[in-house]
Design a protein around this ligand. Structure first.
Ligand code: ATP
Length: 229
């Protein structure tokens, strides 16, 4: 064995932590409100990856109007070639309700301990948090970024006030460590919802420019959301 050489260059071995965003939703269908918000957050927070995770049987809401297969295909069309947006289909592969806490635990198991995970929630989804399965554990696995929705009420529910007082930071770029804090993020206000898009399509109207052209082509090719479906 050779002797230790103190003049030898030190090779940095500490791995750089990754920054992973997660945006869950039914995406029934995916639209510019999701996509523009996701892209803006990914760019402003310099995320390495932002995973859009379509949910299979969402525990908190009505059954999606179109199949998981079609919703997944539309999200795939929407983000194809749009780094760092990617699709994570794991919730569609589970044969049980898609709880976000389970998804985060699985993702955490695949990441390094220092990696930062940011869960993106629109304001409406954030306000519904106290009804989520094991919601108080979410911040053990991720930071939460709240996307402002222009059509949102302004007051959070009482159950979230203490959490906000204890965990929120004013600057999303100041979120430290792998998990545990909440920040509000600005995005171009787009008062678009999947409900509105389904209603437009059901009444025979166009949704052009509310969804990417590739998603529109998929909807048309498969006759989705039209009144006869
Ligand atoms: P629906 O109208 O069917 O309830 P949606 O348009 O709210 O659907 P979801 O798939 O339920 O879409 O939303 C997934 C996530 O994206 C949620 O956290 C939601 O708050 C957020 N989101 C949806 N639309 C917007 C928007 N226009 N601006 C900001 N966030 C949004």
């Amino acid at each position: 064995m050779g002797d230790f050489d103190p003049s030898a260059p030190v090779i940095a071995s500490a791995p750089v932590s990754r920054r992973i965003g997660v945006l869950g939703g039914t995406f029934d269908p995916v639209h510019i409100g999701h996509l523009r918000g996701a892209l803006e957050v990914a760019e402003s927070l310099a995320l390495d990856e932002l995973r859009l995770t379509p949910s299979a049987r969402p525990p908190h809401r009505n059954t999606p109007q179109v199949s998981a297969k079609n919703r997944l295909a539309m999200v795939e069309c929407a983000v194809a070639g749009v780094a760092p947006l990617v699709v994570d289909a794991r919730e569609l592969q589970r044969d049980k309700p898609s709880y976000t806490i389970d998804t985060l635990e699985l993702m955490r198991g695949e990441l390094a301990v220092d990696d930062q995970v940011f869960l993106l929630l629109g304001w409406d989804a954030f306000c519904g948090l106290p009804t989520w399965h094991r919601w108080e554990e979410l911040l053990q696995h991720c930071h939460i970024l709240v996307l402002q929705r222009p059509d949102a009420d302004s007051e959070p529910p009482d159950a979230l006030r203490n959490l906000l007082a204890a965990r929120s930071v004013s600057d999303p770029l100041a979120l430290k460590g792998p998990s545990g804090q909440i920040a509000f993020v600005w995005q171009t206000p787009l008062a678009v919802s999947a409900t509105q898009i389904r209603q437009l399509l059901a009444s025979g109207k166009s949704v052009r420019f509310l969804v990417p052209d590739a998603v529109l082509a998929y909807i048309d090719a498969h006759g989705l959301y039209r009144a006869s479906n």
